[in-house]
Write a protein that binds this ligand. Structure first.
Ligand code: ZN
Ligand code: ZN
Length: 416
């Protein structure tokens, strides 16, 4: 036993097997964005049984569980619940029972770890004081869930937290935890663009405004956004992932469609890239003589996730003191996106966010792949049909990190 005073973590060993069972069950029953009915019901039922006040149907399928435990800070703990339209190829005995749907991003692990943490924190409520607001969030993969939960009068109903904490399982060695201070996950903007020309016979271009040439010119000009408008030390990605126009060799079509994906790390660069993209699309349409303005529609967007420097230091120091400093590292910036930051940035004033990664890869395999320089090839990453976090020590580490992080922000209350 550790030579430290008793804490909520003392209860972990007793619930590990039950949590592993829950994880396997959630993994077998993945649900797509905004369809997380079974998962939400399970989270609600368990949190209520631990003594939390539970509200369901928040932002469609979201669940909020609150434990008000005396004066002190309010800590928001968030887990996302949705799975992906991926056909599972792990061969695990508890693989998805739903064809073409898979927990390929590990959100089943997030739900399990949060439920484990809620139980331990509730059981040890005489050791801390404050308020826990746990959010089981829908539709993270669609970039819609956090927005919908917040739009459902989240702060009015559940209060504004003093800090937002959360975690994502990642292809790092299981047992490790890491957070990057500052911009940590990229902002994503996905948009669909319709450019309007005037169709006609392929032999008589002079009677038309050709949207194919307009679109082609736009695609090429968009390549100058990153190369000519963004400083060398900054990062941005502008990808045209789809371009569709016409279907016959001798017909000039009426319109063309482009689909764009944009990644940035700072609000300044994002604003600059979006303005440039808008200007170029409209400019190319005008240059081509289009009689109708292009339509630019946002498909989804994730803001940049910015971790508060002080919050990262405080939270990671607390976690390091429990799991060992050598197991805590800085994973650097991630090109993926996450919508958890909305819970921090939508508050007025903004509240600090600490969102960390925790490893799910077999440590021995990860070390061997690292030595061989084949990590990217051998260790399946999130969204891969082979993504399969090792249940232990991933689960224990995730629960430990959440409990420890929450206790670092809640007020202590010496146990009598
Ligand atoms: Zn994902
Ligand atoms: Zn994810």
């Amino acid at each position: 036993m550790p030579a430290t005073p008793p804490t909520a973590l003392d209860g972990l060993a007793a619930v590990k097997e039950e949590l592993a069972e829950l994880y396997r069950d959630l993994h077998t029953h993945p649900e797509l964005s905004f369809e997380e009915h079974r998962t939400a019901a399970e989270a609600a039922r368990r949190a209520a049984s631990y003594g939390y006040e539970v509200t369901t149907g928040v932002g469609r399928t979201g669940v909020v569980a609150v434990l008000a435990n005396g004066a002190g800070p309010a800590v928001l703990l968030r887990a996302d619940m949705d799975a992906l339209p991926v056909k599972e190829a792990t061969g695990l005995p508890y693989a998805s029972a739903t064809e073409g749907v898979m927990h390929a991003c590990g959100h089943d692990m997030h739900v399990t770890c949060l439920l484990g943490a809620l139980k331990l924190l509730a059981d040890a409520r005489d050791t801390w004081s404050g308020r826990i607001v746990a959010v089981f969030q829908p539709a993270e993969e669609a970039g819609q869930g956090a927005k919908e939960v917040l739009a459902d009068r989240f702060y009015e109903r559940f209060g504004t937290p003093d800090v937002v904490l959360g975690q994502h399982v990642a292809p790092l060695p299981a047992g490790t935890v890491g957070a990057h201070a500052g911009p940590a996950f990229a902002a994503t903007d996905a948009m669909s663009v319709r450019m309007y020309g005037r169709g006609g016979h392929g032999s008589r271009p002079e009677t038309t405004v050709d949207p194919v040439v307009m679109a082609a010119s736009t695609v090429m000009r968009l390549q100058t956004v990153v190369s000519r408008e963004i400083a060398g030390g900054e990062t941005a990605v502008v990808t045209v992932g789809a371009l569709r126009a016409g279907n016959q060799h001798n017909i000039i079509p009426d319109e063309a469609e482009l689909r764009l994906n944009i990644r940035t790390y700072t609000p300044e660069v994002r604003a600059r890239v979006l303005a440039a993209v808008d200007r170029i699309i409209r400019g190319e349409a005008a240059t081509a003589g289009a009689e109708r303005e292009p339509e630019i529609t946002e498909v989804d967007s994730f803001p940049v996730l910015v971790n508060d420097g002080d919050a990262v230091q405080k939270t990671m120091a607390a976690i390091g003191a429990v799991i060992g400093e050598e197991r805590v590292m800085d994973p650097g910036q991630v090109t993926g996106s996450e919508d958890v930051g909305n819970f921090a940035t939508s508050a007025e004033p903004e509240v600090p966010l600490c969102y960390w990664l925790f490893g799910g890869a077999d440590p021995a395999k990860a070390a061997a792949a690292q030595r061989a320089g084949t990590f990217e090839r051998d260790i399946p990453s999130n969204h891969s049909p082979s993504f399969a976090p090792l249940i232990e020590p991933t689960l224990s580490t995730g629960v430990t990190a959440l409990v420890t992080a929450a206790l670092a922000w809640l007020d202590g209350r010496p146990r009598e």
